[in-house]
Write a protein that binds this ligand. Structure first.
Ligand SMILES: C[S@@+](CC[C@H](N)C(=O)[O-])C[C@H]1O[C@@H](n2cnc3c(N)ncnc32)[C@H](O)[C@@H]1O
Length: 299
């Protein structure tokens, strides 16, 4: 099992920078010799043939790895549970076809890559689909996690006046800010779709699936997280905008009266539409391209 997982990783590594939306995808993808050998061994040796359950596990493992890699290239895409299940199904069908035809390369070229390409196309906003067809490789979007000190400085957090409990939305897989605030004795929590540190105060969840309970939080923070993605929807993917705006409303209602949502980048057009008797907005320009906003819930 371990060696098959390793060869799957090697295969995914080999094609990591390839563009799955390239119109001649079959010509650009490569097959790692170790992966080919592992597949051939599985197909040809009945005694080594893993049972159906193991096939399903490989498919789940590969789909999960693919999701991580796609987010590493473009974190603004959103792969919901139904998309993830459809991806897993492609890996299952690929293996079944390989078993039926015993022809690995043809299965990859004629079924697998086109199926992956079609699946990924559905995740991209229309404006990008066309432009991505011409390029065999893809770059990566800059998207990082920051130290607690950097976030405190950028968001202008005055630790002595932060109202608990504090929730960091899109806290990063390391939850640097949350762990730092905890180390200072503050009641801080974090949520993120990718979490590496397992702590009871860090929740692994997609913000669209997470229920922001009304009147619950003294402070909500989100550095280059929620508002960054809302901005992306605003600029590039209008189909997602409404659900972002509804989530933002839910987050504001999750503030206790007197509580504050602090985030970067700022969202001027969203902030200007907020009811002024309910919310007070302060915006601060930090660099030429970046402002930080604070929204206080007044009533
Ligand atoms: C640029 S990173 C910033 C992380 C952290 N706030 C910091 O400043 O270090 C944005 C984070 O948002 C998370 N994220 C993106 N989409 C998300 C979603 N739909 N639900 C939950 N977290 C999400 C990512 O996993 C990532 O950790």
């Amino acid at each position: 099992m371990r060696s098959i997982q390793d060869s799957i990783q090697q295969q995914l590594d080999l094609n990591q920078s390839k563009n799955l939306l390239f119109e001649h995808i079959q010509q650009s993808m490569s097959v790692a010799p170790s992966f080919l050998a592992a597949l051939e061994a599985l197909l040809n040796s009945d005694s080594n043939q893993p049972p159906e359950e193991a096939h399903a596990q490989f498919a789940a493992f590969t789909a999960n790895e693919m999701v991580k890699r796609i987010y590493a290239i473009n974190p603004y895409l959103r792969i919901n549970p139904a998309d993830a299940a459809a991806l897993e199904q492609i890996y299952r069908q690929t293996w079944q076809l390989m078993q039926q035809t015993r022809d690995i390369k043809t299965t990859l070229n004629e079924f697998h890559y086109p199926a992956l390409s079609k699946w990924l196309t559905g995740l991209y906003p229309e404006e990008f689909q066309k432009s991505l067809r011409g390029s065999p490789s893809v770059g990566r979007v800059t998207y990082e996690e920051y130290s607690a000190e950097f976030q405190i400085e950028l968001l202008g957090l005055d630790l002595a006046s932060l109202q608990p409990p504090i929730l960091d939305v899109g806290c990063g897989s390391q939850a640097n800010l949350v762990r730092h605030l905890r180390s200072l004795g503050m009641e801080a929590y974090g949520m993120d779709r990718e979490v590496q540190t397992s702590r009871p105060y860090i929740f692994q969840a997609d913000w669209f699936d997470y229920r922001f309970e009304k009147d619950r939080w003294g402070t909500i923070v989100s550095n280059m997280g929620f508002s960054n993605h809302l901005n992306y929807a605003y600029r590039h993917d209008y189909s997602q905008l409404e659900r972002y705006l509804l989530k933002m409303k839910e987050m504001l209602e999750a503030l206790a009266v007197g509580g504050c949502f602090i985030y970067a980048p700022a969202l001027p057009s969203v902030e200007e539409a907020l009811p002024t008797q309910q919310y007070l907005v302060q915006r601060e320009q930090k660099t030429q391209d970046l402002s930080v906003s604070r929204i206080f819930r007044a009533e």
